[in-house]
Design a protein around this ligand. Structure first.
Ligand SMILES: O=C(O)CCc1cccc(O)c1O
Ligand SMILES: [Fe+2]
Length: 314
């Protein structure tokens, strides 16, 4: 087996605003299963698709997609901080191949990433530096956003490169599913916030703390009585999981960003990281998907899912 896929929702609220212990235990068991499957596979390279939440990417220059050639995690909430072990030559080779395939992607030699990247690496590997990783930013938060179709085409191009790179590759997708946490928005923002969204790298600690406290308070309320935020949408989540499992990229290509936001919350656009990861896996051959876990978890503001995929022919 030379390819494996693991997708999972992220939430920085894990450990901050938790659902009942039995639910936390369910998620822990699902993640432990994913870890064991990955350990048995022993990946030589991780290609990690994930969004950002105005921690590393800003409107000063907001690409739809970006491959990190050098990258570090900023450590928001309680996520790990520090450099990611990016194999530079491989990341460049990947970018070159994708661009030669007529799929445009930015590259960065100073990519900053947040919990969207750090959390899956911590959950699946116990830390940031366990395995070489090519981080791929997918803009799932800052409008105007790339389409599902563009995410699928990016993933497929990366998958075609990965299929020929001679390594055991683990594709990881991070984010979603349905949710709408209180991420700031450029539209209607006050001038001070506008500046932060355009050029807000490395904010002072008190500003970061205030922002995190806003998210925490919203999660507490949403967890208590389901109020204050766009409701999670289990039907939408299950439909998405079904389409990914069936590799029905034709239907996924037809998803519209506005419609996603209306039905499943604005941050459901993060699930393009899943679409890209599954498309990459699909480029390596037919696969079989296992949904290891799903539950809408208000306390974490997330339709929370774990799904893996293995090649059919093994
Ligand atoms: O950083 C932020 O402000 C948003 C944090 C956040 C909360 C819940 C679910 C998420 O997927 C997420 O990213
Ligand atoms: Fe997120």
């Amino acid at each position: 087996m030379t390819a494996l896929l693991q997708c999972l929702s992220h939430s920085p609220l894990i450990g901050w605003v938790d659902p009942p212990a039995a639910i936390v235990a369910e998620v822990d068991a699902a993640v432990a299963g994913a870890r064991a499957q990955i350990a048995a596979f022993a990946p030589e390279l991780v290609i990690l698709f994930a969004p950002d939440h105005y921690n590393g990417f800003f409107y000063e220059l907001m690409p739809p997609f970006c491959i990190g050639v050098q990258a570090s995690a900023i450590g928001d909430f309680n996520s790990a901080a520090g450099p990611l072990p990016v194999p530079q030559a491989l990341a460049l080779e990947c970018a070159r191949s994708v661009l030669a395939d007529d799929v445009d992607v930015a590259i960065s030699y100073r990519m900053q990433v947040d919990h969207g990247f750090a959390q899956p690496l911590e959950q699946l590997f116990g830390g940031l530096d366990a395995c070489p990783v090519i981080p791929v930013f997918v803009n799932g938060v800052a409008p105007p956003m790339p389409s599902c179709r563009a995410a699928r085409r990016l993933g497929a191009a990366i998958g075609r490169w990965a299929a020929g790179c001679g390594k055991r590759v683990l594709f990881v997708g991070s984010g979603g599913l349905s949710h709408e946490p209180p991420v700031p928005e450029l539209i209607n923002a006050a001038p001070e916030m506008v500046e932060k969204l355009i050029a807000g790298r490395n904010p002072p600690p008190d500003q970061r703390a205030a922002r995190q406290e806003r998210v925490r308070a919203a999660a507490e309320r949403f967890g208590r009585d389901g109020s204050g935020l766009h409701p999670l949408n289990p039907d939408w989540d299950r439909q998405l999981l079904g389409l990914l499992a069936e590799a029905d990229f034709a239907t996924l290509d037809g998803f519209d960003n506005e419609q996603i936001s209306l039905e499943a919350g604005r941050s459901a656009n993060e699930t393009k990281a899943w679409v890209a990861a599954f498309a990459a896996m699909h480029a390596c051959g037919p696969y079989r998907t296992q949904v290891q876990y799903y539950r809408p978890i208000n306390e974490w503001i997330a339709g929370f899912a774990c799904a893996s995929a293995v090649p059919l022919a093994t």
